[in-house]
Write a protein that binds this ligand. Structure first.
Ligand SMILES: [Zn+2]
Length: 226
């Protein structure tokens, strides 16, 4: 099994190298992988464990099968990440074809599930939406898959699409886009800039601030806005 995973990773790197004529495909794939994986896992944690801690577990809301729910939620997060990342990559001219990047990233993030009709349809539906509509559709999907996510602070859902775009910009070494997107997050949640440890700076993909949990802020920061 570890061999299969290694072979799959090699194919992903080779595809990027060949299609986009990049000599840094290995670095880029590693960076994008750690950036998107950290966001997915921290976001899931905010929606599930943090909500449970902050508001208590409501027996009506406890999912029947946690591992299954966790897998389903993370698939939904990956689908959303694929679409947000593609939009930024295309807008900023990181890739020669948005459809190619979309397909490549879907294979990268969803591996054997990438070809499933349900997933292809969900990606196409998100692609047809404007950013605000997509964000709302995403939060609706999460509420169905992970009922306790309805108790998460709304600001979290506003920060997440921008966080995905920042991880993409960092992977493509576009510092000015990353900084611009972080400014948009600060406009939504000014307290981001108050952390004495990171000052709300853009971190490298895979890194996290020990104090505020930048790039997916801890609850006390999310709720400190007012
Ligand atoms: Zn910090």
């Amino acid at each position: 099994m570890p061999n299969d995973e290694a072979n799959r990773r090699t194919a992903i790197v080779n595809d990027l190298e060949q299609h986009e004529k990049r000599t840094d495909a290995q670095r880029l794939v590693t960076s994008l992988d750690s950036g998107l994986s950290v966001l997915r896992d921290l976001f899931y944690g905010r929606l599930h464990f943090d909500v449970e801690q902050m508001v208590g577990s409501d027996s009506m809301l406890i999912p029947l099968s946690e591992p299954k729910t966790q897998r389903a939620t993370k698939v939904q997060i990956e689908i959303f990440q694929v679409v947000e990342s593609t939009e930024l990559a295309w807008d900023r001219g990181y890739v020669s074809s948005d459809q190619w990047y979309l397909d490549w990233l879907t294979r990268f993030r969803l591996s054997e599930m990438a070809g499933k009709e349900k997933i292809v349809k969900e990606i196409a539906a998100y692609r047809g939406m404007k950013p605000d509509g997509r964000r709302l559709a995403f939060s609706d999907v999460l509420m169905r898959v992970l009922p306790e996510s309805r108790k998460a602070p709304l600001v979290l859902f506003q920060l997440v699409p921008l966080a995905i775009r920042i991880a993409t910009a960092v992977a493509f070494q576009d510092d000015s886009a990353a900084a611009e997107l972080r400014q948009q997050q600060k406009a939504i949640l000014p307290s981001i800039g108050d952390c004495h440890a990171c000052r709300g700076a853009v971190l490298d993909n895979g890194q996290m601030c020990d104090v505020c949990s930048n790039p997916m802020w801890a609850y006390q920061w999310l709720t400190a806005a007012d």
